[in-house]
Design a protein around this ligand. Structure first.
Ligand SMILES: [Zn+2]
Length: 224
């Protein structure tokens, strides 16, 4: 399954009338946050495929051209604090960044993020019973601690994501938050035990094989 992951930047390649032709084989969009609502709605409308998303620390309400205030992208599906089974893939989402000030609802202390993981755990065990595995993809905004982190506290990753990968072994952890233009996030993918950690800042095109779920990691990335 071709998956388009996006976050953090409005990319002209995607915010284009040619997006359908460029990404004609994509079957699923995953958004890792810090994107305008209009952009997500554009992507889901133009591609006509499902879009699952989590929030970034800069996401907030948006006013439409008609003066309507919207707080979530219409036509997209929130993956926050939940797990879904989609087309053979099990996905779960934990958006937001580490808490560094009081200006956003999508910031969490390490302890708060651990509590979110614990709340998600019963569903992951249900997945294990029903599908034979906990999940395939964890969608986050922030990275795991010491993987693709920035040097400053707001761009620090969550330690609890390391424990999550140790325990539940998703094939992918896809995150945003670490803009490549900042100069400290040049590495876009890192293998951590059985998980490939992918920084999707901007966009990435992934090929994820649902059938490979029981046979370990065989997915590949063919565009940086
Ligand atoms: Zn962010």
């Amino acid at each position: 399954m071709q998956v388009l992951s996006i976050s953090d930047e409005v990319v002209p390649t995607i915010y284009s009338l040619n997006v359908k032709q460029r990404f004609d084989n994509v079957q699923l969009v995953l958004s890792c946050g810090d994107l305008p609502i209009y952009y997500l709605e554009f992507v889901v409308t133009m591609l006509g495929i499902p879009c699952l998303y989590v929030h970034g620390n800069h996401d907030g309400p948006e006013e439409t051209s008609t003066g309507q205030i919207i707080i979530e992208p219409r036509g997209c599906i929130s993956l926050e604090d939940r797990s879904v089974f989609h087309d053979g893939l099990i996905l779960a989402g934990l958006g937001g960044s580490i808490r560094y000030n009081h200006q956003s609802n999508d910031q969490y202390t390490e302890q708060e993020m651990t509590i979110r993981v614990l709340r998600l755990t019963p569903r992951l065990f249900f997945n294990r019973l029903r599908y034979g595995r906990y999940l395939d993809v964890l969608l986050t905004h922030a990275p795991p601690l010491h993987i693709h982190n920035g040097p400053d506290y707001p761009h620090r990753g969550f330690q609890t994501f390391l424990r999550f990968m140790d325990r539940f072994e998703p094939r992918y952890l896809i995150h945003g938050h670490i803009h490549l233009s900042y100069g400290f996030g040049s590495k876009r993918r890192t293998r951590y035990h059985k998980t490939l950690v992918v920084n999707t800042a901007g966009y990435r095109l992934l090929e994820i094989d649902p059938a490979a779920a029981h046979s370990g990691y065989t997915a590949k990335i063919y565009r940086a």
